[in-house]
Ligand binder design. Structure first.
Ligand code: ADQ
Length: 457
């Protein structure tokens, strides 16, 4: 039997024929091999938005349909409710939320408008795969418009604890939003537990046979599908990269951090820990330089403006204390780097610091491991709070709030024997290969296709 047509919905749709960047590449490849439709925002802002318009590149085997947002929608839906309420709350930062009636109205309005546009192009046998926190209510909006198709959802960020959900202005609707989907995909088992715990404590959901849930007469399933990377592509990029990419002397250790500039990534804690490490390191041992790449993101959201100044001041004070004429211990770059350059840096780095305070998965951790030279691999330091920690037990785990311990672990990593580095790397590589990006799309879509289409109470 022919596979049903796949319709993917995500906040942004790529405009390049060959898109770059983790998730976008994964969805592009899933659609290239299966055909289908990808719907998302063009990134343009207009005064009066029109209907969906096709922006497929020449010769594309699948269709890209884009819509524009108005300036008010961008402000209220994207910067406002999605990134100033849902993002901070789902990363356990209720102290940062900025609740506004107008933003919430725009969030609901965009979800209703996108549902309207999707309903117009949908065929009865299509399956829909909707991505991320911008679209929590989208399936519910589609159901209101009579859409009976199978609809899957994948949340890329952590599922919040019930106590964080209590601060969500939409908490009373959340049950209806979630149960309008047929399959809720989450990054980790910890997220699944948080979701089930909330369903049990805050809603009338019932657990049914074979792990499915029933709420408001609808059946749905909650499962984890840890997102992966294209391992071969990263290995190849690292093999081909020039590792004399920096001006550091070959005997100098390189400690790398690669993140979007975001308060969830724990950058101040990391800088503080590295400063403490410099204070305890063996003065006769090799010098280590930390290179932090952190391009700004969401700069129009207030909570993002402060971390930039904070990091600059921290780097300045650590360097002031520890720098020598020929050595700057912390280097901080604010620009995004091309993937080939990133692959070269991963390969050159002796240690990668992935120390978020909360993170759905964190693909940098996996990319770093994939880019290593198996004969002489580097070490990964990973926060317990990254989703990746559930899979990568070959990493050195840290609590990012305990910067003194992190400093000792940095020292442990930089003096680790080749034998131990190799054993740890092998165990991580095995998991990364088993759950690569092709595994992620295939296993999610297989699970979605196996959901019964007709939902009977
Ligand atoms: P992000 O919060 O963006 O994604 P992450 O998974 O680490 O976090 O990074 C996404 C991609 O951006 C990676 O492929 C990385 O290489 C790239 N990137 C990051 N910093 C870069 C830089 N300085 N220069 C160039 N490229 C850079 C969200 C969730 C994550 C989840 C992903 C995918 O917050 O937890 O892993 O979605 O589901």
């Amino acid at each position: 039997m022919a596979e049903p047509r796949l319709v993917v919905v995500s906040n942004r749709i790529p405009t390049d024929a060959q898109p770059a960047g983790g998730l976008v590449v994964a969805l592009h490849e899933a659609l290239e091999s299966r055909g289908g439709v990808w719907i998302g925002s063009s990134g343009n802002m207009v005064d009066t938005p029109g209907p969906l318009r096709e922006i497929s590149p020449e010769g594309s085997v699948y269709t890209r349909l884009a819509y524009d947002l108005t300036h008010d929608e961008h402000k209220g839906f994207y910067l406002g409710h999605a990134n100033s309420v849902i993002w901070p709350l789902f990363h356990h930062r209720a102290d940062l939320i900025d609740v506004s009636e107008e933003s919430r109205r725009q969030y609901m309005g965009v979800n209703a408008r996108v549902a309207e546009m999707i309903a117009e192009v949908l065929e009865p046998t299509d399956i829909l795969w909707i991505h991320d926190y911008h679209f929590l209510p989208l399936a519910n909006e589609l159901r209101k418009r009579g859409v009976g198709n199978r609809i899957g959802y994948f949340l890329h960020i952590p599922f919040p604890n019930p106590s964080d959900i209590a601060a969500l202005p939409d908490r009373k609707q959340l049950g209806a939003w979630i149960s309008a989907y047929d399959l809720i995909g989450l990054q980790t088992q910890r997220d699944v537990s948080a979701c089930l715990e909330w369903l049990r404590s805050d809603t009338d959901a019932e657990f049914t046979l074979r792990g499915r849930m029933k709420l408001d007469g609808r059946f749905f399933e909650v499962r984890s599908f840890p997102i992966g990377i294209d391992v071969d592509a990263f290995q190849k990029a690292a093999d081909e990269a020039d590792i004399r990419i920096t001006d550091l002397p070959p005997d100098q250790k390189l400690v790398l951090g690669v993140d979007r500039l975001d308060y969830s990534k724990g950058l101040p804690n990391r800088f503080e820990a590295f400063g403490k490490y410099l204070g305890l390191r063996d003065r006769d041992g090799p010098r280590a330089t930390m290179l932090q790449i952190a391009p700004p993101s969401r700069e129009d959201v207030e909570a993002y403006r402060d971390i930039r100044a904070e990091l600059e001041s921290m780097a300045g004070s650590v360097n002031g204390e520890h720098a020598e004429i020929d050595w700057t211990p912390i280097r901080y770059l604010r620009k995004p780097l091309p993937r080939e350059t990133l692959a070269g840096l991963y390969r050159r780095a002796d240690l990668c610091l992935v120390t978020p305070l909360a993170d759905g998965m964190n693909l940098v951790a996996k990319e770093y491991v994939a880019a290593q030279d198996g004969a002489d691999p580097g070490v990964l330091i990973l926060s317990h709070f990254a989703g990746a920690a559930e899979q990568l037990d070959g990493a050195l785990m840290v609590n990012p709030y305990d910067t003194a311990d992190m400093a000792r672990v940095i020292d442990q990593a930089l003096t680790m024997s080749l034998h131990e580095r190799h054993a740890r790397w092998l165990s991580m590589m095995q998991v990364i290969r088993e759950t690569d990006i092709a595994w992620w799309t295939d296993s999610y879509l297989r699970a979605l296709r196996s959901q019964p289409q007709m939902q009977v109470a």
